[in-house]
Write a protein that binds this ligand. Structure first.
Ligand code: ADP
Length: 175
């Protein structure tokens, strides 16, 4: 990093599959880009497509997040706001990223499992219940909810617009 510019925010969305992370994150990215903010969106599923051998054991998930967190910290150090959507189920991984990123904002998309499963956007819960997918967070793999997130969003109670506005308020401004 050069100069004394403060690190940009890293808006880190964590929560179960189908909780609403990417729906809200994409809208936040659009709103920030629309006001001329330099912003990069990174998404767990998209990264896994590029690195298809990334698995879902605890070790593999943590490694995936350490790499991602490092990349996010470098972008933020150069003034690029990072919007990241990752299940990121382990507290230790999220705390690792928090330590790397001075502008870390942990956004817990706290939609409960039964609602995520009811939505089943990608049909993954049904497959996990049938045993076709192993290590599926919330079914046969843990999710450690944040203890002190900067923001908690329950999408049963808040509309997408309300969630987006709550996030933007954290970085100063509204959509
Ligand atoms: P994730 O990225 O966490 O896996 P998605 O964003 O892909 O979740 O899916 C969330 C689903 O929930 C979408 O179908 C979205 O339309 C729906 N949804 C309903 N209400 C909300 C809300 N308030 N915020 C975000 N998503 C919502």
């Amino acid at each position: 990093m050069t100069g004394t510019r403060a690190a940009a925010p890293v808006l880190w969305f964590t929560g179960l599959s189908g909780s609403g992370k990417s729906t809200i994150a994409v809208r936040v990215r659009e709103a920030l880009a629309g006001r001329g903010t330099e912003v990069e969106y990174i998404d767990g599923d998209a990264l896994r497509e590029v690195f298809p051998t990334t698995g879902f054991t605890r070790e593999e998930r943590e490694e995936h997040l350490r790499r991602t967190g490092y990349m996010a910290s470098r972008l933020a150090a150069h003034g690029v706001t990072v919007v990241a959507s990752f299940v990121s189920p382990y507290r230790a991984s999220r705390e690792f990223i928090r330590r790397l990123c001075p502008g870390f904002v942990e956004i817990y998309v706290a939609t409960p499992l039964d609602e995520c499963e009811r939505r089943d956007v990608k049909g993954l819960y049904a497959r996990a219940r049938r045993g076709e997918i192993r290590y599926f967070t919330g079914i046969d793999d843990p999710y450690e909810s944040p203890e002190h997130p900067e923001l908690t969003l329950d999408t049963r109670e808040l509309s997408v617009d309300q969630c987006v506005d709550a996030v933007l308020a954290r970085v100063g401004g509204r959509s």
